[in-house]
Each structure stands twice: as structure tokens, then as C-alpha cells.
Design a protein around this ligand. Structure first.
Ligand SMILES: Nc1ncnc2c1ncn2[C@@H]1O[C@H](COP(=O)(O)OP(=O)(O)OP(=O)(O)O)[C@@H](O)[C@H]1O
Length: 769
């Protein structure tokens, strides 16, 4: 309404900067109009808090016992338009404060902001982030309202014993604002000692009518100051159900919107398990949201900011967790004194491997205008980053110790994330994370390094493991590579996640025990020297088996030994990883396939005993071919058969040890020939081809042209999972972490390949091949 004639209206010109700012705000926040309510509520919260604090510290202003600090929201519909009124009983503003606080910008760095903002369109910088940095909250009301009025009255003080209510009025366009004594009088004193009332006019047909919808208002309050309760927020609801035009008159009631006490503000001891679960459901929008564990604490950062925080582990990782490319992860809700500030911390605030956590942080003192860009410059937020990582690891550790069964379940979900965490962490964190991992072993299904170390044998200085990507623990347990240590009663970890071998290599040792791949050089039981008897036995066996070994050496011309003699750098597991990542024309490929391997003979195996016998039984060449030219190429049938059998045996041993045979076709031919012999079928008999129906003649009809056909096909790049090798869909736990990391870190799908090539080169330069 127009001020009455006798009211003296002061007209002010906005500084030119302000006009510019207003229009920048309006343009860059166009898609986020609803933030205006957050800004108004946060201004009101501040005003209430300010009044409370000054009254406390100065003992004047108001009597806090009688004071009702609150915020009210009222939508007055007139036809299809109307007014939205937000009132608070906070500290209010005097006439000069209205003009100064709302009409000028006292902030430093305004011109810097303007420069940046003016280049926004050309640089593509997101203007809304810029605004967050400079606290231009009040102007966001112009996003929904062409004309805004702010009436306010400060508390009575010695300087101003009889305050008067003034009104500030401004249009969204135009470069002036008006300040005048409120013609209605000191209406705000009806509710308290002081306060502020912001009135937005909402025009019918403007597209902003939703601002007057009570349901929408409720939803927005819930969203922006979820569970907030340090001051109650009331919404005016009509008692009449079908309210057409409620112009402030008539039956109504005030409904409190933020009923719930914020959970994180409470003493953890007073919060029930159900309450924690319910709160999680409010944090996680997915339908079947469930949490697997949480932590809740209160802390002081070194920067002097105290805060409260809650951190949840979800029961499930989001479907796309491992496939998601780089991007902002909105898993931390930052609040300042119960008011939601942001959940946009940019791409790498928390390490990505922890991005499944859901976190709430409420700080008691932070600029309200934190944005992604200012995160790094705020000391508290820099410290918080480190605190959150530490708290997460502490939480995992506590659950793993106190509730081992629960941890076992959680580990199934986040075990791979922890592995990546180990690769990306250093020192202490890495060791702590290592302690959280659970492995299958020859002794149990879920063994920690701690368990392993406790079960070590006298003199044992190593933690033994066998790695085989994607293989089941059962099949690893049958590997000939671990027959002996297992027979002796040593425990061997059976690692089958792709990252395991790398993780172990990086970790090096755990509690002083070296992590030892049983397939590699350096393997020791730790009691070798004491056992002279065993040594003697070994010598005897060597002698007894020497005919077999000699024969094998002659036949295979490869490194055959009767004990682990040396190491050639690659375990079967590594070979497999390499093959999976190699391109077909990779010059490394044939080399990798032919990488020398050690054939270890177990003299206890009945197969080996049988072999030895057959070698003894072989007709000596002298006996058979003693006449004429003793042609070495002429070989007895027995020897040919034995050769074939041994070839199959060796290849099978390779496969069982996790290697690939260098030539699968030959391998299968040999197996077939073995089968034929067993079944008594001729080696030369061919599969019959008669009676096969021949293919029809060459087709003559036309096909769609290439472009047409392409339009109907999905491109490879559109396929979920993109590039790299994908493990079976039924085993989502086995991610290709190299590929994952390269996708995430470099956006370069081929990065994993390059890294692997580096590893190969390095390995080659160390091992004398
Ligand atoms: N409801 C209110 N009661 C008392 N003072 C207010 C109220 N709303 C705004 N003000 C005053 O007006 C100033 C400007 O408000 P504005 O929202 O534009 O910026 P800000 O609140 O300082 O920053 P930000 O909104 O980014 O937190 C405030 O600093 C405050 O002094």
C-alpha cells in the first residue's frame, strides 16, 4: 500500500554498483529462485541470534525470559497473486540501518566481485557460486518479487528509548529505494520488543505463484533448515479447508515447521538407534535407504570453530558408485548454527573413495557465504577435511573391533573402497586401513592381518599370500603353489580382489612381518636352518628324482628346478592383470606369455612318483637304437606318449597356478589326444563331415546403408561401464581399480594401460631377464 500523504518518504539512489549487483543476482540465480527463502530465514536466524547474544552480554535490550524468539511465514493470497510475509522477533533495524544494510554494500571486495561477475558469461563461471562468496542474500528476494518491503524496529536502548518502525521499499528494477516511517505504526511490537517483517509481492501470472503455496513453503523450510530448531519457524494455516482468499483475517492457526530437535545437537547418549536410522532416511533420498553404521561427535577445530557432526555408512553403495566419472559428490551437508549452507564442496574435498559416506556438519561460527571457491581459503574447512577422513577411519576401526560381524558385512560393501583408500593414503592411514581389510585364508573366510599375525608360527617372519584375480578362495586354496606351506600347517591368505596384489606390495609389511607372495622369491618358513633333517631328506629326494628332472630339463629346455630357486618378477596374478589390459598389438604380449616360469616338483605327489617310474622304464636309446645312425629324432612311442602327458601336466599346473598356457590350441589338442588314448579312439580319426547341410548361395537382396544402420546402433561410448575390462556383472565387488582410478583421476580411459606399461618397464629393469 502507498504510504499516506503526511508520511515523509526519503528517496535514496542505489549506488551504481548495487544496481549492477541486483541485476547480476537476478540473472545468475534465475534457475534457483527458491533460495530466496533460505536467505530470508538465515537473515532472521541471524537477527534472533544477535538479539539473544547482545541481551546476554550487555544485560540490556530485552528480558530474555519473556522473549519469544521466532520466525513466522504467512502467505496471503489475493486472487492468484498475493504477498509472502516473513517476520522475526530479532534485533531489527533502525531507519538508518535499513538504508545502510539494505541499500549499500559494506562488503569489501565488491568491485572484485563485479569484475568476476561481469566476465561470468564469457568465462562460463557459475554466477551462483560468486554470489555465495559475497553474501548478497537479501537481493535474492527480487528473484520472485518485483517489489519488496522491509519494515523493522530495533529494541529500545538508552540512545533510542522510543524506537519507531520504519519501512524500506524497493522495486526489482529502477535504481532507487525509499525509506519512510511505517504508516501502520509500530505493528511489530505486538509480537515482541523488536523485529523485522519482509513482504514480497507475488504477481498473478508471473510464474512465481508457487511462493504462496503452503505445501511448497513447508517443503522448502524442510529442505533448507532441516531439523533446525534453535528458533521455531511457524507457518500460518487457515482453519478453513478450502481457503480461496485469506487476507490475514479469519480463522487460522500457526503450525510449527521445524518440530524436531536437530539430532546432531543432542548428546549422543540421548539418541536412540531408531532416531539415528530415521535421520539417515531423511539424509538419503533413495527409497530403500538404510544405514550400516554411524558416528556422532562434537569437536573443536584448531581454528577455534566448534562444531558437531554425524557420519553415516550406507548399507549399500549407489549403483553407479564404481562407474561414476568425476563430478561433484554432494555427500556433506554443511550448516552453520542449524542453517543449511551448502552441500557443494566441489570434486575433491573428501577423497573419492570415501564419497559413499553421508555427513552432516554444523559449525557454530563460519561465514554463511561459504562456497566451493572459498572452501580452500577457510581454515576451519581445510581442517575439517582432514578431521573427516580421520573420523571415518576411526569409525571403521571401532566397528571392526567392537562389532566384528557387523564389520564383516560392511566390509563386503566398502572393502574395495578401502583398498583404493590404501593406495591413495600414506603412512599411518594406510596401515590402519590395512588392518580393516578382511581376506579369505586357508584357515577361515574372513581373516584380518591382525588375526593372521596372531596365528603365526614360531620363527615365521612373513605373511604368506597367494593372489588370483577373480578366482574363488576355494580354487586358490587348491593351487599347487601353496600345497607345501599348507601341509606344514602355515596359514596362507587367498587374495582375489584385483587391487590386492598392488595393495600388498605398497604396504610391504604389517607389524614387522613382511607380506610375501608365495609364488615369489624370498619365501621362507623361518625354521629352515634349524631343520637339518629336512635338508638331508631334500638332498635324498633330489638324488632319487634326478632322472626325472634330467629328463624334464632335456624335454622342456626351460628352467625346471626341484625347489624355488629364483624369481622372474611376475606372479600369475600380475600376468593376468597385464593380459587383461594389453592391446592386441602390444609388443609386450608375446613376451608376457613366454615369461619364464619355475616348475616346482612335489616329490610327495603320486603323479610325480608315477612319472619317475615311467622315466625309469623308458627304453634307453642305446638299447633300442644301437645300430646304424643313432638318430636322436627317432623317439620311442612310449617316450612320445610320456612327453605328451607331461606337457599336459605342466600346462595344467600352469593353469592351476593361475598362469595362461602359451598356446591354448596346442594344449587342447594334447588334451584331446590324451582323451582319445584313454578312450581307445584312433589319433587320426576325423569328425565326419558328410550329411552336413551346405549354406545357401550368396545373398542378392539390399541391406540398409552404413549411416542408416549406425543410427540404430548404440555407440560404444554410450554403454555403461565405458572402456576397460569389466568383471562379471554378478561380481560387482571386483572392480578394475586401475581403470576406475584412471577414469576418475585423469578422465583418460587409457591411463591404466600407460601405467601398466610403466610397471612393466620398471620390473624389467630390476629383474635381470
Ligand atoms: N531480518 C533481519 N533482521 C535484522 N537485520 C537484517 C535482517 N535481514 C537483513 N538484515 C541486515 O541486512 C544486512 C544485509 O543482508 P543480506 O542478506 O543482503 O546480507 P548478509 O545477511 O549480510 O549476508 P548473507 O545473506 O550472505 O548471509 C544483514 O547483514 C543484516 O545486517
Amino acid at each position: 500500500e502507498e504510504p499516506e500523504a503526511e508520511v515523509q518518504v526519503e528517496k535514496h539512489r542505489y549506488e551504481s554498483d548495487i544496481s549492477k549487483l541486483r541485476s547480476i543476482v537476478i540473472h545468475s540465480l534465475y534457475s534457483q529462485k527458491d533460495i530466496f527463502l533460505r536467505e530470508l530465514l538465515s537473515n532472521s536466524q541471524d537477527a534472533l541470534e544477535k538479539l539473544r547474544l547482545t541481551s546476554l552480554s550487555e544485560g540490556s535490550y530485552i528480558n530474555l525470559d519473556e522473549w519469544k524468539g521466532n520466525i513466522t511465514i504467512e502467505a496471503r493470497k489475493v486472487g492468484n497473486g498475493g504477498q509472502l510475509i516473513v517476520r522475526d522477533t530479532g534485533i531489527g533495524m533502525s531507519k538508518s540501518e535499513l538504508a545502510k544494510n539494505l541499500g549499500t554494500i559494506a562488503k569489501s571486495g565488491t568491485s572484485e566481485f563485479l569484475n568476476k561477475a561481469e566476465n561470468t558469461s564469457s568465462t562460463g563461471v557459475d554466477g551462483s557460486n560468486l554470489i555465495g562468496q559475497f553474501g548478497l542474500g537479501f537481493y535474492s528476494t527480487f528473484l520472485v518479487s518485483p517489489s519488496v518491503k522491509v519494515s523493522s524496529i530495533p529494541p529500545a536502548t538508552a540512545d533510542n528509548p522510543e524506537p519507531v518502525q520504519y519501512t524500506f521499499e524497493s522495486d526489482a528494477s529502477g535504481d532507487e529505494f525509499r525509506v519512510f516511517a511505517d504508516p501502520r505504526g509500530n505493528t511489530l511490537l505486538e509480537q515482541g520488543n523488536c523485529g523485522t517483517e519482509v513482504t514480497l509481492s507475488i504477481e498473478a501470472g508471473s510464474g512465481n505463484e508457487w511462493v504462496l503455496d503452503n505445501d511448497k513453503l513447508e517443503e522448502l523450510v524442510e529442505k533448507h533448515s532441516q531439523f533446525s530448531s534453535n528458533f521455531p519457524i511457524y507457518l500460518r494455516k487457515s482453519s478453513v479447508d478450502n481457503e480461496e482468499a485469506a487476507d490475514g483475517e479469519g480463522e487460522h492457526r500457526w503450525v510449527k515447521l521445524n518440530k524436531k530437535q536437530p539430532l546432531w545437537m543432542r548428546d549422543p547418549k540421548s539418541v536412540s538407534e531408531q532416531e539415528y536410522k530415521d535421520f539417515y532416511a531423511a539424509l538419503d533420498p533413495s527409497l530403500d535407504a538404510e544405514t550400516a553404521g554411524w558416528t556422532h561427535w562434537k569437536g573443536d577445530s584448531g581454528a577455534g570453530v566448534s562444531y558437531r557432526a554425524m557420519m553415516y555408512i550406507p548399507a549399500k553403495l549407489p549403483e553407479d558408485f564404481w562407474n561414476k566419472g568425476p563430478g561433484v559428490v554432494r555427500n556433506i551437508r554443511l550448516m552453520v548454527r542449524r542453517v543449511f549452507i551448502t552441500d557443494d564442496f566441489g570434486e575433491d574435498y573428501l577423497p573419492r573413495w570415501l564419497s559413499f559416506l553421508k555427513i552432516v556438519v554444523d559449525a557454530d561460527d563460519l561465514p554463511l557465504n561459504v562456497s566451493r571457491e572459498t572452501l580452500q581459503s577457510n581454515k576451519f574447512l581445510r581442517q575439517l577435511k582432514r578431521i573427516l577422513v580421520r573420523k571415518a577411519i576411526d569409525m571403521f576401526t571401532r566397528i571392526s573391533k567392537d562389532e566384528p560381524e557387523k564389520w564383516e558385512k560392511i566390509h563386503k560393501t566398502i572393502g574395495n573402497a578401502i583398498r583404493i583408500g590404501m593406495v591413495e593414503s600414506d603412512g599411518k592411514d594406510r596401515v590402519k586401513l590395512a588392518g580393516l581389510l578382511r581376506f579369505a585364508s586357508t584357515r577361515g573366510e574372513s581373516v584380518s592381518l591382525e588375526d593372521y599375525v596372531e596365528n603365526r608360527r614360531d620363527g615365521q617372519q612373513q605373511i604368506y599370500f597367494l593372489a588370483g584375480v577373480g578366482e574363488s578362495a576355494e580354487s586358490l586354496a587348491r593351487s599347487p603353489l601353496i600345497e607345501k606351506p599348507v601341509a606344514r600347517g602355515y596359514e596362507v591368505l587367498l587374495l582375489n580382489a584385483p587391487a590386492d596384489e598392488t595393495v600388498m606390495a605398497q604396504l610391504g609389511s604389517y607389524r614387522g612381518l613382511k607380506l610375501q607372495d608365495v609364488a615369489k622369491k624370498g619365501f621362507k618358513y623361518g625354521d629352515e636352518d634349524e631343520d637339518a633333517q629336512e635338508k638331508a631328506e631334500l638332498e635324498m629326494q633330489k638324488k632319487a628324482f634326478s632322472p626325472l628332472i634330467e629328463w624334464l630339463k632335456k624335454e622342456f629346455r626351460g628352467p625346471i628346478s626341484d625347489g624355488k630357486a629364483d624369481n622372474y618378477g611376475w606372479s600369475a596374478n600380475m600376468q593376468k592383470l597385464m593380459m587383461a589390459n594389453a592391446r592386441e598389438d602390444d609388443p609386450m604380449l608375446p613376451m608376457m606369455k613366454q615369461m619364464p616360469k619355475i616348475l616346482e616338483i612335489n616329490p610327495q605327489s603320486p603323479l610325480i612318483e608315477g612319472l619317475l617310474e615311467r622315466v625309469y622304464d623308458l627304453p634307453q636309446s642305446d638299447d633300442v637304437y644301437d645300430d646304424e645312425d643313432a638318430d636322436a629324432a627317432v623317439v620311442s612311442d612310449e617316450e612320445k606318449e610320456l612327453r605328451e602327458t607331461v606337457q599336459v601336466l605342466v600346462d595344467t599346473a600352469m593353469i592351476r597356478s593361475g598362469f595362461m598356457v602359451s598356446d591354448t590350441n596346442t594344449y587342447f589338442d594334447r588334451v584331446e589326444s590324451l582323451l582319445r588314448r584313454t578312450l581307445g579312439v584312433s589319433q587320426n580319426a576325423k569328425a565326419r563331415t558328410d550329411g552336413v547341410k551346405p549354406a545357401p548361395p550368396v545373398a542378392q537382396d539390399a541391406l540398409p546403408d552404413v549411416e542408416e544402420a549406425a543410427a540404430a546402433t548404440v555407440g560404444l561410448g554410450d554403454m555403461p561401464g565405458g572402456v576397460g575390462f569389466e568383471m562379471g556383472a554378478d561380481r560387482p565387488q571386483f572392480i578394475d581399480w586401475q581403470d576406475f582410478k584412471s577414469k576418475v583421476a585423469t578422465k583418460k580411459p587409457a591411463g591404466g594401460q600407460e601405467q601398466l606399461e610403466d610397471i612393466v618397464e620398471e620390473a624389467l629393469s630390476h629383474d635381470e631377464l
